[in-house]
Write a protein that binds this ligand. Sequence first.
Ligand code: GDD
Ligand code: MN
Length: 363
Amino acid sequence: MDPLTALGVALAAAHFGMPLAYYAVAKRWLKTPWRVKLDPAYAPTVTVVIPTYNEARHIEEKLEDVYRQDYPRDKLEIIVVDSASTDGTAEKARWWAAAHPDADVKVVEEPQRRGKNAALNATLAMARGEVFVITDADCRWPQKDALRRAVSWLADPTVGAVTCLKKPAADGPAGVEAGYRDHYNVLRLAESKKWATPIFHGELAAYKTELLRKIGGFPLDTGADDSYTATQIALTGYRALAAEDLWCVEAVPRSDYHRWRIRRAKFVIQHFLKTPASKAPPPMRPILLAEKYIHLANPWLLPAAAVALAAAATPHALVLLAAGAAALALKPYRTWVAAQLYLMVAAVGNLRDKELVWEKQDK
Ligand code: GDD
Ligand code: MN
């Protein structure tokens, strides 16, 4: 084999091999015990924060969603923090609050929009809950006891933050089982069992308020408010977990899907660029190293392999290149390649605009 073909093969092997190897390791972590003492009776005060920018379509239903939770009402504070919406979101929230005097609902109105993280910081300063929960306006909690479940994990003094798992898009017969088989959830759970997962979900992210304050709140230069703060908490020695009994359903935009994927990829990249693996407690280090590599470096090996093979132009190289293209007919492979493209476009896009204040995609 000529050197260029060999290089192309090596790059492709690394690109596909490293994530597969990590996945194999993760499967082993998944078999280990949690080492967490759950306490279903633990009922601290909780502040649920709903950040909004032009969520008039969703805000009432979201408030109902939180209100429906079977959590003790006297221990639950709900804060809607609105950043100068132009569609009447704040009015709707205030109206809802007035109609539900039995719920402790506060509506904070920022005079101008400075982004989700600045808004979250404003609420962190005033929250009375021992636990601080973020939930996006455009998502729903399918479980009535979501808060109780989230909090039961935080009862363990070693746990600092908890998030949900994402329900697979198509509802299978056995939810949790189907979820376990889902590649993404396997990684989140495995990392959580090992120590902490560096990827949290804005649908439901719960933190010990004290720890959130200790790390200085939400970052103003990074988009991934949920993942970044959870990881910072993990770096200070606490565990940040995706809980196996906590599910959320993701709201996917009806239009502008690619832009949405790219923006989210931008935020994940900003998060991993800013998070040093060297500062992590030993069990967290391999997790961060692997995820940083997979999100920051690994995508680029794919076009590099393609270029090397195309430049080699040997029969071997061309057959491999054609096989790589033909494999796009397979859904998992296509999904993977698309994710690599989003990450690369996002990395380049980040150089120009971090999109910390973003355009709303309709969901
Ligand atoms: N107060 C306030 N101010 N809220 C905002 C602002 C703002 O400037 N911008 C967005 N939000 C609110 C939205 O109204 C929504 O409730 C939530 O923040 C998430 O925003 P979406 O527009 O729905 O973005 P997404 O679906 O891509 O959000 C996801 O990615 C973000 C970045 O990682 C979610 O996972 C978010 O939780 C996550 O922060
Ligand atoms: Mn959303």
